[in-house]
Design a protein around this ligand. Sequence first.
Ligand code: KE4
Length: 429
Amino acid sequence: MIYKRSSALFAEAQKVIPGGVNSPVRAFKAVGGDPIFVKEAKGAYLYDEDGNTLIDYINSWGPMILGHAHPEVVQAVVDKAKKGTSFGMPTEIETEIASLAVSMVPNIDKIRFVNSGTEACMSAVRLARGYTGKDKIIKFAGCYHGHSDSFLIQAGSGAVTFGTPNSPGVTQGTAKDTLLARYNDLEHVKEIIAQHSGEIACIILEPVAGNMGCIPPAKGFLEGLRQLCDAHSILLVFDEVMTGFRLAKGGVQELLGVDADIVTFGKVIGGGLPVGAFGARNEIMDYLAPVGPVYQAGTLSGNPLAMAAGLAMLSTLNEHPEIFDSINQKTQYLHEGMAQVLSSNGVAHTINRIGSMISVHFSEKPVVNFASAAEAADGDAFKTFFHNMLKEGIYIAPSAYETWFICNALTQADLDKTIEACKMASKGI
Ligand code: KE4
């Protein structure tokens, strides 16, 4: 594989864009080397600026569940663009996609569209605070909800449960209202609730974590959070930006049968265009302006092109639920094949998988929370694996803390090529 043009483009980009990228993870900092610049993509394949063809397991970090440049999605955007690209006025298509999303997802009567997962999660927390009249939130170490100040928090000292900023620019005043818990540790959540009785507006989490690799909830964890929220008048916020419309039509609520109070979305719901959203039952959503007092707004929210892409995507998934079985089967095949070759190479590894979310960790210990994910990410094993897979034409996320995203355009040959690549890439790790 040669990347001369990508490297040259990266040098140019760094002159006018911080780090040469518009989102840090794209810069390959965690794995080293220059990032690959993509020229175009179709189906399961990326075509980079040096003429290489790569099998894509990032799929824009989740949205391209049908594969890149899916005909229905592309045509919907092209047709819509010819009629104008933005109005800042209500349009019928917003009602169409809202009605469809509400019909697909349990426990939401209304949905508000925004422009990113960050905006969806940020707005959901403001709504929870406004609805409950309480200030504090509980989030979990290792769960990522976007770059809003309230979420850029790391564990504080052991003595206190509130967090400290994990980025300059986030104030201690903000951090004090974010309490940090350990994922899959219900006792820890109970302790924090007891220490802050009556102060907590919501618990927000990825109901299946995807930002410390893929970590499914432990048996009873989500159900326990539901019970704690009911007992203490706390809202349960499922961040389904990654899992929504991927793990099932109705996301994790449907798949695992646990009810959230507010659900956030991103990625798939936009069909690859900038869309986030959050939904809840009427009594909560009607707290939002212009009906209620909680302010939230956006110039490009409900943008017609984005709505057209999202509607084409959701309609396809709604009309063809067999797609979910198909991507799950592809993921299971990949899991079994990679486990076999990693074991035959004598590589210590753990593979986490649920539905079409999968991650490979170079540790024999179970990866069940941020600490164990971090331990598995130690050392150069992942970095070596990443670059070796790239040499074999397989593009996985350039970070040990990310999840692989499977698209339905992957063929059996693609999967077999990936398993063979894994065999070559893991030699000597
Ligand atoms: P965005 O603001 O990036 O659209 O969504 C934030 C977000 C919220 N919630 C979850 C569960 C998420 O995974 C994300 C964003 N995911 C990352 C990938 N792990 C986006 C990639 C990036 O930051 O460039």
